[in-house]
Design a protein around this ligand. Structure first.
Ligand SMILES: NC(=O)CC[C@H](N)C(=O)O
Length: 389
């Protein structure tokens, strides 16, 4: 590679894919380079929630919606204290924020948090490439002087092992347990926060990379919540005397995280603890009961994914963010598929027929996204009894 890799005039950012594709653009946010899997998200709102969702650790997000950054950034719409996605790729340059809730420009927010942006990209073409070829590994880089060593970036993209087999939950999880006391009531168009019901059932949430809005919804449904690290043992979970255990979402390959998570979940199932899992938590429950997970071609990431409920045939519009899935064919006889994706027929929910455990592949906490599936929090907390709201 020689002349072909000189940046075009004005290019201050680049995406280099492991297949040798080079996408030039204008860098924003932090300068530097980051390697990961390049995926796309079709949501039209919620870029800050997406960037801070720990499930995106190890990933670079292409937003298909062309105007990203136009409502700025604030301290309330975060799903974790810092962004976890490595960077983002967008069509239009980030503009000055137009929202009364904004406290900072989105590009300044990314810069302050060490995350790289790349603007001016034909995100439709990139999305088509990902759809056809599958989510590629790549490097996103930003240099204000437009100086890039493309050969080195390509070597970095090719050397990255990929998400398959990677346990990232341990890296994003809390390392100490803590109580969560911030609940959420949805009131028509808006919401109000409130403290946990001191007499509510106690939910212990295992943090594989959890989103704050899940905790708000658990408290909103009437629970008291204690969060424990991903590596908590069965005894450590039980020491909190849970009425129910929540298995969180999170990044990486469920099979890799399952090496330490599955034995704990199996013991919880054995003693009959009620369990609710979301996304990675759903995949880990699937593995714990003897099912298998697989890497999807390009995954599901967006806020308008229809799933069908097998119970009553109704359709829920859901928020999704996953690149792995539980193989429905691998489920044992005591597991019933409860939801299925109407986009590709993949498994979107399951429940056990002989134990109080259920899970969904999608994100019922609706952040960002539709609220059709909020009922799952009530379903979980109300079965725990003891004064649930
Ligand atoms: N949101 C999540 O929990 C994602 C789960 C898993 N890391 C996947 O990509 O499928």
């Amino acid at each position: 590679m020689a002349d072909a890799v000189r940046p075009p005039e004005g290019a201050t950012g680049v995406l280099v894919l492991a297949d040798g594709s080079i996408v030039w653009g204008r860098g924003f946010g932090a300068e530097g380079a980051a390697v990961g899997e390049v995926c796309f998200n079709t949501a039209m709102t919620g870029y800050q929630e997406v960037m801070t969702d720990p499930s995106y650790a190890g990933q670079i997000v292409t937003f298909t919606f062309p105007h990203i950054g136009n409502v700025g950034a604030n301290a309330e719409d975060v799903e974790a204290i810092n962004p976890h996605a490595l960077g983002c790729i967008v069509r239009e340059d980030v503009t000055a924020p137009s929202s009364f809730r904004s406290t900072q420009r989105f590009d300044a927010y990314l810069r302050a948090n060490g995350r790289i942006g790349l603007a001016g990209v034909d995100t439709r073409a990139l999305t088509r490439l990902i759809r056809v070829a599958g989510a590629p590994n790549g490097v996103i880089a930003h240099n204000a002087k437009g100086e890039f060593d493309v050969d080195a970036l390509l070597a970095q993209a090719r050397a990255w092992p990929g998400l398959e087999g990677m346990d990232l939950a341990k890296e994003v999880s809390a390392t100490q347990s803590y109580k969560w006391d911030d609940g959420l009531w949805t009131l028509g168009q808006g919401y109000a926060t409130h403290s946990a019901n001191p007499d509510g059932p106690h939910v212990v949430a295992i943090d594989y990379g959890l989103k704050r809005n899940i905790l708000r919804n658990l408290v909103g449904a009437g629970a008291r919540v204690t969060v424990v690290p991903a590596t908590a043992t069965f005894d450590e979970v039980m020491a909190h005397q849970p009425d129910g255990v929540f298995l969180s979402n999170g990044p990486g390959d469920p099979a890799a995280t399952g090496i330490y998570a599955v034995p704990v979940i199996r013991e919880l199932l054995d003693v009959g603890t009620p369990i609710f899992g979301i996304c990675l938590g759903h995949q880990l429950l699937g593995l714990a009961i003897g099912g298998k997970t697989y890497k999807m071609h390009q995954g599901h990431r967006g806020a308008n994914h229809p799933v069908k409920r097998s119970g009553d045939g109704r359709v829920e519009i859901t928020s999704m963010n996953h690149g792995f899935a539980v193989d429905a064919e691998s489920l044992p006889a005591n597991a019933e598929p409860t939801h299925v994706s109407l986009f590709d027929g993949s498994l979107a929910g399951l429940r056990l027929t002989d134990k109080p455990a259920f899970s969904v592949q999608y994100h019922p906490e609706a952040s960002p996204g539709p609220q059709d599936s909020h009922y799952l929090f009530d379903q979980f907390v109300s079965q725990l009894g003891k004064g649930a709201a």
